[in-house]
Design a protein around this ligand. Structure first.
Ligand code: CUA
Length: 339
């Protein structure tokens, strides 16, 4: 035994302490709970949340055991043991660590995962269907029940199984609303699906979870949960054609919309604008954000977005649309009327 006492020495930052400091610093990143999977808000997310803790617990047990074995091996001398004792120890380690431990860990984990999987899959029966198509870098949301199309907001009724049919218009994206369900890829040429259900009225943040290009990080959306009657009212309002422009400025703005070529990419139902490259703008003013949650849907941001959306969200597919300020103001008044 070498003397391990270091009397009279000042405490230094040892490797374990350094690891602790780094881990603590990283863990503070978990403080933003805005969209955490650790705060499930629906039955499916609850199941996944439970599975997460089982996996974490078992993983932790394995980690601690391996670390204990590691420390023991590092400190052991072994020279004083006879061959028989060494052989016995080796056998114990192989049987314990190679056979017993995997069985003890993997069997409960497999059973739990199968149980969770079987409870997630069914209960589709009378689910409400919504189609979501991903684009670089926004989300198109289609309600087959009425034919309505909107963008970057998925409104659903509370306590209802909602089946989302997912497609992509370009590259692979991944759909994830951590508080409601697991993530699932959106793959060109395929339709994937996920079922979500929310316990309470409210809003949940969703993101694209697969790198898909320069604005991947600004490809977000919201799932907004309504009481069932409110959802009906919302759907009816959104399904209606756009409100006709009210007032001179709005009427001039509508003309600007046509002259500046906005209609080549955007649709406003009930008008001549039927473009389908960008988001449907029929009820733009009712949305909370612009550019897939990049900026709030307010007058200043809307103007900035129209003039040079590349400055707001570089790499998005909308070109700058420069115009004199009077025209821009008229256009904004028109768009603000699309509620
Ligand atoms: Cu779409 Cu990342």
């Amino acid at each position: 035994m070498t003397g391990r006492k270091r009397t009279g020495q000042k405490r230094r930052l040892t490797p374990p302490m350094a690891v602790l400091v780094v881990v603590t610093a990283l863990a503070t990143g978990c403080g933003d709970q805005e969209m955490g999977a650790l705060r499930p808000a629906g039955p499916d997310a609850e199941l996944l949340h439970g599975l997460f803790w089982v996996m974490l617990g078992l993983g932790l047990v394995v980690f601690v055991l391996v670390m204990m074995a590691f420390v023991r091996a590092a400190r052991a001398d072994g020279s004083e043991l006879d061959d028989d004792e060494q052989r016995r120890r080796s056998t114990r380690l192989v049987v314990g660590g190679g056979i017993v431990l995997p069985i003890v860990v993997l069997v409960p984990l497999t059973v739990t995962m199968m149980a969770v999987g079987s409870r997630l899959a069914p209960r589709l029966g009378d689910a409400y269907e919504i189609e979501v198509t991903s684009h670089q870098f926004w989300w198109e949301v289609h309600y087959p029940e009425t034919g309505m199309v909107t963008a970057n907001e998925i409104h659903i009724p509370v306590d209802t199984r909602v089946r989302l049919l997912l497609e992509t218009d370009d590259v692979i994206h991944s759909f994830w609303v951590p508080q409601l369900a697991g993530k699932i890829d959106m793959i060109p040429g395929q339709t994937t699906e996920v079922v979500i259900e929310a316990d309470d009225v409210g809003a949940h943040l969703g993101i694209c979870a697969e790198f898909c290009g320069v604005q991947h990080a600004r490809m977000r959306f919201e799932v907004i949960v309504h009481e069932r009657n409110d959802f009906r009212r919302w759907l009816d309002a959104q399904t209606a054609d756009a409100a006709p422009p009210v007032g001179e400025a709005a009427r001039r703005g509508m003309a600007v919309f046509a002259e500046r070529g906005c209609a080549a990419c955007h649709a406003v139902r009930g008008t001549d604008a039927v473009g389908d490259l960008g988001p449907d703008l029929t009820h733009l003013a009712s949305r909370r954000s612009l550019g897939a949650l990049t900026v709030p849907n307010r007058r200043g941001h809307l103007g900035g977005w129209i003039i040079d959306s590349q400055a707001v969200k570089p790499g998005n597919l909308m070109p700058p649309v420069p115009m004199p300020s009077e025209q821009l103001l008229d256009l904004i008044v028109y768009l603000e009327g699309l509620s």
